[in-house]
Design a protein around this ligand. Sequence first.
Ligand code: BGC
Length: 456
Amino acid sequence: MSMRARHGFPETFLWGTATSSHQVEGKNENNDWWDWEQQPGAVENGHRSGNACGWWDGRWKGDLDRAAETHQNAHRLSVEWSRVEPAPGQWDEDAISYYREILKGVRQRGLRPMVTLHHFTNPGWLAQQRGWNQASVIPSFARYVRKVVKALGDQVALWVTINEPNVYAYASHAAGVIPPGRQSLQAALQVMLHMVQAHAAAYEIIHQLQPAAQVGLAHHYRGMKPSSPMNPLDRLMTSLRDDTFNQAIPRALQTGVLSFPWKRVPVPEAQDTQDFFGLNYYTREKVVFDVGHYSELFGRGYYPEGADVSSTGFIANVPEGFFDALDWARQFDLPIYVTENGVEDPEDELRRRYIAQHIKELWRATNFNWQIKGYFHWTLVDNFEWDRGWTQRFGLWELDPESQERRKRPSADLYAEICRENALSTDMVKRYAPEVFGELFPEDPPGELTGRSTGV
Ligand code: BGC
């Protein structure tokens, strides 16, 4: 057969995994999520985060050893606001020191840290003050950011202010599936505005304290295509959802105007407040007009028949949607980090080809000389998957939350080889995902290829 081919990446490319505090630390008793989990029916199967992956008990050490031993050179993690500031204006210096120790541990292992300041959870006291629905959250967030950056800035050069404000606002205030469980589109849009303002405040503070820092936000981009491209209602709903969910926030951070199809809100302080573009991409869906879906702007997303979906149906494997997402993100003219990408798959069958196919698309994008700087796979070890509890397994390592035992999945070895070689090669794909070998390394020139496999 053919010679060994490799799709190589730029020399300084960052390869890592991403985690978040509440999902891995355990015993996060002081935040809104902990309270939420205690309510019957709030989380699938009544699951709770409990000890999570035991990071607050020191298990981060073993997990970061795993990351480093498998040739990763970066790690994205988050700081838990409720630990740092257990009561308004009161700081827990021990918790801050522990984060310092973790960050030193990250760096000692040769991993470059990227730190997220808000990843879905809020201190209980903030939730009691109506959380992100109140404008007073902005100075509170700013105070917390100042404290953290002063304390940890010498360990971190890459900051993510807020993880997925669009997902957070939607899930917490429109769909009501995460705390505080509201169902008001109006409130969700208000939360988005406050998050844009809070991001802008954080951007300014971080740069005051640490002029050389790189600051961004992790933006969730969900690919969307009209269910039937000829149907004007499907097209309209797709663009309405796309404008609101995908476009509004990143545009606000570029232009200083938070703009929805029906309304424009000036936020001048947010203009040009990103040094890099953090992109979270998981999947792409089709959108059909559905009058019953008010909170989703009368559109309903679904995966078409024949899509390559994960075992619980949560994520469809649509690698070309990743390429499109990167293509979309480059309009902001910023260096891009893929801050999350991954799939839930306890059996680790789909994940191997998902990784190979998505890394191929990433490589394609770097070959257009788009400024893509790194990739963080979601995630290192199975962790607490929010409203889906422990039912969904995103880890390169499998975790038994009871015994805390870890077991390496084959995908961890595939990813290790990619990180080590800074490339995706024919051997790797042959060994880990032979079913997509012909697609990833076609022998025929591209013009003769006949379409792709997923149809999403
Ligand atoms: C979130 C993660 C989550 C992942 C998988 C992302 O939207 O940032 O916290 O675990 O998706 O659902």
